[in-house]
Ligand binder design. Structure first.
Ligand code: RRO
Length: 314
């Protein structure tokens, strides 16, 4: 195989575009260590809140035939746990590429508090602000409230100077792609990550006439094959609307090298793997890299830049 998967993201050169999606295989230091020792080129922590959270009652994640449904409810070990891990990791691996740190406060002030602490810390990686957790009962997703996106980002960029991206939910209408892109273009964002799970799906076990997860009477975020076309649409919609300085991370339905290739064609720079990482474990990255290289070899591409973003219209 001759194809190179070298990927430049925010002026750093990664060996390949693959990493985990926040929430999958990144809750504990053991899981984070496994990611760091895998073929993923970097990794992201579970979205954290100021204080440790137990999350929703189990069962709260189910693998289903075409993907997954989850209503985890933001379980995490708390902001300090991940900050300590990230800063230690940086010291131990001073030559490694930047890692990603995800935060998902339950209010504007909680997000600002964590971002202030990151700003004042030794962390010199990339921060992802998760605006799209679909699973906290009684808390609508921030990113479906466009005024609230503006309010948060305006306050964040009054003090935050480290690289910051936002995790977006899927949008389903051109009016919404336009409106959100117009807002995001007003801020010095490093990237947007499309997409979080498709919120509030309902998977039913017809034999037992029952839902399959306990929280929210079975409603939960969908991932996996169900979501790939929606993810590709969002990657493409934002890639074609955002200032070129704002990169797009593609997340959603990446199970094979071909899925990865499609995300790259739509314009994604980094690629995150959620449901399939949960299914297969960290060896998924080796397989995805081989499959993507095989496709590139077959098509005569030696680098991702030769086709990234170049999806053809009819
Ligand atoms: O923890 C969760 O329930 C969760 C989060 Br924070 C998220 O952003 N996306 C998701 O599917 N689940």
């Amino acid at each position: 195989m001759v194809a190179s998967l070298d990927t430049t993201f925010l002026d750093h050169s990664y060996e390949n575009p693959f990493m985990n999606a926040s929430g999958v295989h990144c809750m504990s230091t053991k899981e984070l260590d496994e990611l760091s020792n895998s073929k993923a080129s970097t990794f992201i922590t579970k979205s954290s809140t100021s204080v440790k959270r137990a999350g929703n009652p189990e069962p709260r994640y189910r693998s289903v035939p075409l993907g997954s449904i989850n209503s985890m409810g933001l379980p995490n070990e708390g902001f300090e746990y991940y900050l300590e891990y990230a800063t230690k990791y940086q010291k131990k691996n001073s030559k490694a590429n930047p890692i990603f740190f995800s935060v998902a406060g339950m209010s504007v002030s909680e997000n600002l508090k964590m971002l202030r602490a990151l700003q004042d810390s030794d962390f010199h990686g990339i921060v992802e602000l998760n605006l799209s957790c679909p699973n906290v009962p009684g808390k609508p997703q921030v990113a479906y409230d466009f005024e609230l996106i503006k309010e948060i980002l305006t306050q964040v960029f009054e003090f935050f100077t480290k690289p910051l991206g936002v995790k977006l939910p899927p949008y389903f209408d051109f009016a919404h792609f336009d409106a959100v892109a117009k807002i995001l273009n007003q801020y010095p964002l490093a990237y947007v990550n499309c997409i979080n799970s498709i919120g509030n799906g309902l998977y039913i076990d017809a034999h037992n006439e029952s839902v399959v997860i306990k929280p929210k009477n079975g409603f939960g975020g969908l991932g996996g094959e169900y979501v790939k076309p929606t993810a590709l649409a969002n990657v493409r919609a934002f890639y074609t609307r955002l200032n070129p300085s704002i990169k797009v991370i593609g997340t959603g339905g990446i199970k094979t090298g071909q899925d990865a290739f499609e995300h790259l064609l739509c314009g994604a720079t980094m690629l995150q793997v959620g449901t399939e990482l949960c299914e297969e474990g960290v060896t998924v990255f080796t397989r995805l890299e081989n499959e993507l290289k095989e496709i590139m070899d077959r098509k005569g591409y030696t680098s991702i830049e030769q086709f990234r973003g170049k999806l053809k219209s009819l």
